[in-house]
Design a protein around this ligand. Structure first.
Ligand code: BG6
Length: 486
């Protein structure tokens, strides 16, 4: 990729909000600590609240300190970069104040850590203030809409002001180390690619399990539910990276073209099959982390039919994946935090072993753990050492690529996914960002699922907090004689 001009200022709209404080400032600090920010790089936060620069800097220091050990020298440098503008970003007056703080025109990043419902107005105000120029990059957080129609409206409003190649739609999962490692695993080794198809792979499982409940995020969550909050974006992105054809290079559109092709091949879920290929759940009271935990409706304060758990069987109708189901499950208040992709290979076509060894045979499995540990394990059959009564015993053993064990030193630090992504925006690299047609294709498929749920009156089934979801989630995978990998 040709060298790109580096941005020299980032403006964080919603600069006092949770995302900025918990993720964005700590990420920027780490980039500074690692020497990725040029001396002139400035950080301007803006929000409606009036606040002095000193008070703002103190708040940022607290947030960054909660994530990282502050180094006095780095902090002194970082602090100099910070500025705060109290302004309403949807009005020309607000933008005028920001413009003063920005000073002379340079390559600016406008990061909208705001409700997507006002993206259009903020972009309009940026344009009016003359701040939308060919040197502007705009970063959008999810959710871009609640369905295809509303996402088109938001994307359309932003497109009136900014061309697609200056828009960076964030899916923070793409910034996770192991997600990028999936690209390395697939395309930097000759080993897997010839096996990566329906001749050798039996099925794929993608699990994103969280122990946390929805808590006080319910006003947002209740409108979206697990399908729109997690599957539309993070889980479909993981699925695309597993399923896509090898791109010709790492150019943004080469990778994104391949992901869109996968999304176009997803078999639509219809009213006729929705009960067999999907499960909706909602956590009820139970246990979490050894303590009793309330149900979602108790947190919400009233009955609601929002799902906090989804399991899906997804079929990809193309040559590579015909007949290889992808099983997806995600939920809140599950027994453990685990984000994992398991590629289950087919059993050997014929066993030359007999007796006990025949029964020991298990098919190979490639397990990619994203969270909490970053690990890749290939389960291989092995002869168990020692003598057996007749012949030998076999045992499945992992060939393990633990990132924590393989790397030590500064690169061993667990990075916040946003570090990678912010650096990419500074460097103008869109490979790990989601293109408009990609978001819209994903919504189109998700809308089909939501519509089928609605038409068939499928309400979420309760599951006890601390369990792996409703019983139907087990039936979903067992129907095809397979089981969740736990
Ligand atoms: C967010 C969702 O996008 O991702 C949250 O809105 C979810 O509901 C979070 O908890 C999970 O992210 P991570 O990085 O903690 O797996």
């Amino acid at each position: 990729m040709a060298e790109q001009p580096l941005a020299d200022v980032i403006v964080l709209f919603g600069g006092t909000g949770d995302l900025a404080q918990k993720m964005l400032f700590p990420s920027l600090y780490s980039l500074d600590a690692d020497g990725f920010l040029a001396d002139r790089f400035a950080i301007i936060a803006t929000a409606r609240a009036e606040m002095s620069r000193e008070a703002f800097v103190a708040e940022v220091k607290k947030s960054v300190g909660a994530r990282a050990d502050l180094d006095a020298k780095v902090w002194a440098r970082f602090e100099q970069r910070l500025n705060y503008v109290g302004a309403d970003a949807t009005t020309p007056e607000g933008m005028a104040e920001l413009k003063v703080a920005l000073g002379e025109a340079r390559i600016s990043i406008f990061y909208l850590a705001l409700s997507p419902s006002i993206y259009g107005r903020v972009c309009g105000a940026l344009a009016q203030a003359g701040l939308a120029t060919p040197k502007t990059r705009i970063v959008l957080e999810k959710p871009i809409g609640r369905d295809l129609e509303s996402s088109k409206v938001i994307n359309g409003e932003v497109a009136e002001v900014f061309p697609e190649d200056s828009i960076f739609r964030i899916d923070h999962y793409l910034g996770k180390e192991t997600v990028q490692n999936l690209l390395a695993l697939r395309f930097a080794n000759t080993l897997f690619e010839p096996l990566w198809n329906n001749l050798t792979i039996d099925h794929v499982q993608i699990t994103v399990a969280e122990t946390e409940g929805v808590g006080d995020r319910w006003p947002y969550y209740d409108e979206y539910g697990a399908l729109r909050d997690m599957v539309q974006n993070h889980m479909l992105q993981l699925l695309c990276l597993v399923a896509m054809e090898p791109p010709s290079d790492m150019e943004p559109d080469s990778v994104r073209d391949e992901k869109v092709k996968v999304l176009r091949s997803l078999r639509p879920v219809t009213r006729a099959d929705v009960q067999t290929v999907s499960v909706r759940g909602q956590y009820a009271a139970g246990m979490s982390g050894g303590a009793s935990a309330g149900g979602y409706e108790a947190e919400r304060g009233q009955p609601t039919d929002t799902e906090t758990f989804v399991a899906l069987r997804v079929d990809i109708d193309n040559w590579r994946w015909a007949g290889v189901p992808f099983f997806l499950r995600t939920g809140k208040r599950l027994p453990e935090r685990r984000t994992q992709i398991a590629i289950q290979f087919k059993p050997v076509p014929h066993s030359i072993f007999d007796g006990a060894a025949k029964a020991d045979l298990a098919a190979n499995r490639l397990v990619i753990d994203l969270q909490p540990d970053e690990d890749i394990e290939l389960l291989l059959m092995n002869k168990a050492p020692g003598l057996a009564e007749r012949g030998m015993r076999l045992q499945s053993l992992p060939l393990s690529l633990s990132l924590a064990k393989a790397y030590s030193g500064p690169n061993a630090r667990r990075r916040i996914a946003y570090e990678r992504l912010i650096l990419d925006v500074i460097q103008n690299n869109r490979t790990l960002f989601v293109r408009r047609d990609e978001v819209e294709r994903a919504w189109e498929w998700i809308d089909g699922v939501a519509e089928a749920w609605r038409e068939s009156g499928m309400a979420p089934k309760p599951y006890a907090a601390g369990s792996w979801g409703p019983a139907g989630a087990f039936a979903l995978i067992e129907r095809s004689d397979r089981a969740w990998y736990d």
